[in-house]
Design a protein around this ligand. Structure first.
Ligand code: S3P
Length: 438
């Protein structure tokens, strides 16, 4: 996968930044459409599916599990095999860079009659899997990890029982893995403490006819119902839009408009953070696509100021901290990020990677175990290592809009895991970006 390619970028400010654009489909919703469509009855049509390496890894895994998925250009059709219709894959499933794919699949596969081996790239094989293996074990499943990380072996043919589980971290991946396993359990499963994390799985399960009670701090899944196929329209990914919002806040010469972006409340933390920092995103043309809210976003250039980021907002903006760190580094005053230790368990250790990258561009920043204190100021040009982390690479590309020289970003190929169109769209918006392969 992307790991073999050594790609780097040189980003520079262009003549302006702005315009009207659309970002590709939401990654979390695209994964879930495939996974739930696979175990539903009938054909699930997914329009706006994100053709990124992460989602294509899930698609390939489902094909290896016996599911027919037709990629029909403007949409994907998943021919569901029902809850009990998956079959044993001939080889280990390689989920590349995707934490969502490996964790959700582990939950789904815990309820099957066969064993499955799951693996991924070097970054994925450093990510913690005890957080799913332990609660799945409490349900009666057996997920063997390799020192707590992938490769995993998910043992099939085990009777699962419902559990009452309190999530130790607000993680949608853990919650979703447990909900998928719970479809196969004898008895209800209750998941508590999950309020803050993204809720796309719950919305989609309800659309497909699952019996799910949603209370303030507790989700209850009653197994036994089959899932019905659905038509899914995937909204633009707010986590991809966030890089362009950053670019607009820093350098727009005319307002930037991003059309048809998902504005699920469990994802909206970045809008609140930008507002705290002095950038107000206008949200218009609200509508629903199925159970997911969608809108157009508009942002003009903004004078950013430092802010104290409330820890409660961290799970609602969990993928947007590379954007927040760059915004903070050029804001007027200090920004304090706390309660964000989870960032150390993403595609890279995002606290360490962002601190190192910003320092390389001259920022004054103090690393903390659970965040950072960022003293806003000016950035100069320089060279940073993204450590293969797609979101780090894209955030630093936008930093170049205000740096006083070119920003060279190493190890950028993994941007294709979530946003293959980023270089082209960034150039369209006004960034100067050279891509080199070596
Ligand atoms: C995701 C959940 C988040 C997020 C990831 C996608 C999902 O992870 O960081 O990019 O699709 O469920 P956690 O739930 O582990 O925080």
């Amino acid at each position: 996968m992307a790991e073999a390619a050594k790609q780097s970028w040189v980003a520079r400010a262009g003549t302006g930044f702005g315009g009207q654009l659309r970002v590709p489909g939401d990654k979390s919703i695209s994964h879930r459409g495939l996974l739930l469509g696979a175990i539903a009855e009938g054909t699930t049509r997914i329009d706006g599916f994100l053709r990124s390496e992460d989602c294509l890894a899930t698609l390939a895994a489902l094909r290896a599990l016996g599911v027919t998925v037709d990629d029909e250009g403007d949409h994907v059709s998943v021919h569901g095999v029902g809850l009990r219709g998956l079959s044993a894959p001939a080889a280990p499933l390689d989920l590349g860079n995707s934490g969502t794919a490996i964790r959700l699949l582990a939950g789904l596969l815990a309820g099957q009659s066969f064993d499955t081996a799951l693996t991924g790239d070097a970054s994925l094989c450093r990510r913690p899997m005890g957080r799913i293996a332990d609660p799945l074990g409490q349900m009666g499943a057996r997920v063997d990890t390799t020192d707590g990380c992938p490769p995993l072996t998910v043992h099939g043919g085990r009777a699962l029982a419902g559990i009452d589980y309190r999530l130790p971290v607000a993680s949608a991946q853990v919650k979703s893995a447990l909900l998928l396993a719970a479809l196969y359990a004898d008895g209800d499963t209750q998941i508590r403490g999950s309020g803050a994390s993204r809720d796309h799985t719950e919305r989609m399960l309800l659309s497909m006819g699952a019996a799910l009670d949603l209370e303030e701090d507790c989700i209850t899944l009653h197994p036994g119902r089959r899932l019905e196929a659905m038509d899914l329209q995937v909204p633009g990914d707010l986590s991809s839009a966030a890089f362009f919002l950053l670019g607009a806040a820093l350098a727009a010469d005319a307002p930037l408009v991003i059309e048809s972006v998902g504005i699920n409340p469990t994802r909206l933390g970045i809008l609140g953070i930008l507002e705290l920092m002095g950038a107000r995103v206008e949200v218009s043309n609200h509508r629903m696509e199925g159970r997911e809210p969608v809108a157009d976003l508009l942002l003009a250039r903004s004078a950013l100021r430092g802010a104290e980021i409330p820890p409660s907002v961290v799970p609602l903006a969990i993928d947007e901290f590379p954007v927040v760190f760059v915004a903070a580094a050029v804001a007027d005053g200090d920004t304090l990020v706390t309660g964000a230790e989870e960032l150390r368990h993403k595609e890279s250790d995002r606290i360490a990677t962002m601190v190192a990258g910003l320092r390389a561009l001259g920022a004054d920043i103090e690393e903390r175990p659970d965040g950072a204190l960022i003293h806003g100021g000016k950035l100069h040009g320089g060279e940073i290592d993204s450590h293969g982390d797609h979101r780090v690479a894209m955030a630093f590309a936008m930093a170049a809009l205000v740096a006083d020289g070119p920003v060279r970003i190493r190890d950028t190929a993994n941007v294709a895991t979530s946003f293959p169109e980023f270089p082209g769209l960034a150039v369209q918006a006004g960034l100067t970006l050279e891509v080199t392969e070596s």
